[in-house]
Design a protein around this ligand. Sequence first.
Ligand code: HEC
Length: 269
Amino acid sequence: MWNLFKKLAVGLVVGGALMAIANSQEVPVSFQILFFVVSLIGAGIFALLDAKTVNVMSGGMSFLAVTVFWVFLISVCVAGASFLPQFDPEDEKAKIGKLLDKERKQSAQGKTEELIARAKALDAQVKALEDRLKGIGGGQAVAAVQVPPAGEKPAAAGGGASGDIMKIGEEQWQLQECYNCHKLRGEGGKKRGPELDNIGTLLTVEEIQQKIADPKSFMAEGYDKEWQKGIMPDKFKDLMDPKEMLALATWLGSFKNTAINTPKPIKKK
Ligand code: HEC
């Protein structure tokens, strides 16, 4: 009996040490628990070595014993595993699908943008003509004709209501997995990034866009080492189109919780 406690104690100590090491290396909590459980299982097997040997069995009895033992082991494994966090391939597939979808749309959007640019150029020409007409004294005639500004139509077709912007912004936060490094609304941020709940007070929407597009443009106060190392990835401008980037920045800019100590961004570029 005393032996059993000793071995259990060893298991607990080893498990605790493993968890502490894993924790210091920022290993996810589920793995820390796994390490602990594995060391307890180890202690259990270690303790089993002391168990009394089972009486010799033969024939049907031994077959039954082996079968029951295996069923027991397999049930324990399956039940144990189902308590651990599950990886859902459907979730990941949906995320990848969304990213790919955007790539496809982007090529189509390139054309739309070209059209908008051309429409804007035409609009500028019309305005220049208007001004010249006014100069000549035909102002009233121009007012009567009322040329609709050519640039506005495609732009209106492309943009949505402002409620949409917030939705797209939040979606980008999830999709680009900013939450891996940044805590927001008390969620996420396992990896060394500042909490962003008060970022709207410290940066304008435009500056937030700058920071996302070029992480070197601003440095969070006290995060010199992370900024130097370039922990925040420099890939987001390739993964988001300008509209999504603006939506994300607008959404983040609405976070103005002064109770949270978001570090002061220092302009670097
Ligand atoms: C791999 C980790 C990581 C990811 C992913 C990440 N960031 Fe960061 N971010 C950081 C770190 C570290 C800092 C602090 C150092 C610095 O300023 O570069 C930071 C700083 C910031 C700041 C400035 C905060 C302040 O108080 O000055 C903003 C804003 C920001 N990130 C937004 C985002 C957004 C939006 C995303 C997702 C598109 C994102 N980050 C993804 C690590 C990350």
